[in-house]
Design a protein around this ligand. Structure first.
Ligand code: AP5
Ligand code: MG
Length: 224
């Protein structure tokens, strides 16, 4: 049966980093609403045009846009093998909508994993982050530099991008939004026993191990 999990945590907690690893280990698909919105901004779609200023200011994009986006994405065949929700839900209405969307497809949410990281560490992580323009592999100036300066470890690409919302003022606003609007989801999931917390301050491998302990051993055939 397809397993659906949510990675919940503040900006820079490591949701994207761990989602990519879990995708490889367990075979579910990473659904990052931040990545989807950034693709919409780059393609200058209606949604992208509306979302750009909101994202650049560190605010949350409207629930109705996000819920429609995830509903569409869940229709695609790869979502049938289960999803790792990265950055969604971010408000209580989004959490309620996700329950409805999954139930409508005869499925449910199996586990919500909260990644806890101190605010100071979050700022340091976000400030040093960059990704390969060609393949999207993620790096960090201090915590995960490329093996050879200026060359992507994964694909050999030589161009890198830094996110428009990764500046000090916007990060502060993103953190405020997290504590005001996203943290209230925690009791929603805790109340039904679906919430587990991992120490996101540990190194990347230790965090993956902690999440794998919660999820149980990956099915042998899904390691790809
Ligand atoms: P989104 O793209 O989701 O950004 P975010 O939640 O702010 O989180 P980040 O992507 O910044 O961090 P992450 O947790 O993925 O960390 P990462 O693995 O990169 O959203 C962006 C914007 O889109 C929002 O502000 C909002 O406007 C909009 N949006 C998106 N979804 C929405 C929704 N559902 N509703 C409304 N609006 C929405 O790691 C960070 C860095 O740290 C990396 O460099 C990494 O290498 C490093 N690192 C990771 N783990 C470790 C570790 N264990 N130790 C040391 N370094 C580490
Ligand atoms: Mg991310």
């Amino acid at each position: 049966m397809a397993v659906n999990i949510v990675l919940l945590g503040p900006p820079g907690a490591g949701k994207g980093t761990q989602a990519k690893r879990l995708e490889q280990l367990y075979g579910m698909v990473q659904l990052s609403t931040g990545d989807m919105l950034r693709a919409a901004v780059a393609a200058e779609t209606q949604v992208g045009l509306r979302a750009k200023a909101v994202m650049d200011a560190g605010n949350l994009v409207d629930d109705e846009i996000l819920i429609a986006m995830i509903a569409d994405r869940l229709e695609q065949p790869d979502a049938k093998r289960g999803a790792i929700f990265d950055g969604f839900p971010r408000t209580v209405p989004q959490a309620e909508a996700l329950d409805r969307l999954l139930a409508h497809r005869g499925s449910r949410l199996h586990q919500v994993i909260e990644m806890r990281v101190d605010d100071d560490a979050l700022v340091a992580r976000i400030a040093g982050r960059f990704t390969c323009k060609s393949c999207g592999a993620g790096f960090h100036d201090a915590f995960k530099p490329t093996k050879q300066a200026g060359i992507c470890d994964a694909c050999g690409g030589r161009e890198f991008i830094r996110r428009a919302d990764d500046n000090a003022a916007t990060v502060k606003k993103r953190l405020t939004e997290y504590y005001a609007k996203t943290a209230p989801i925690l009791p929603y999931y805790r109340a039904r026993g679906a919430l587990k917390t991992v120490n996101g301050m540990a190194d990347m491998d230790a965090v993956t191990t902690a999440i794998a302990e919660i999820l149980g051993p990956p099915p042998a055939e899904s390691t790809h």
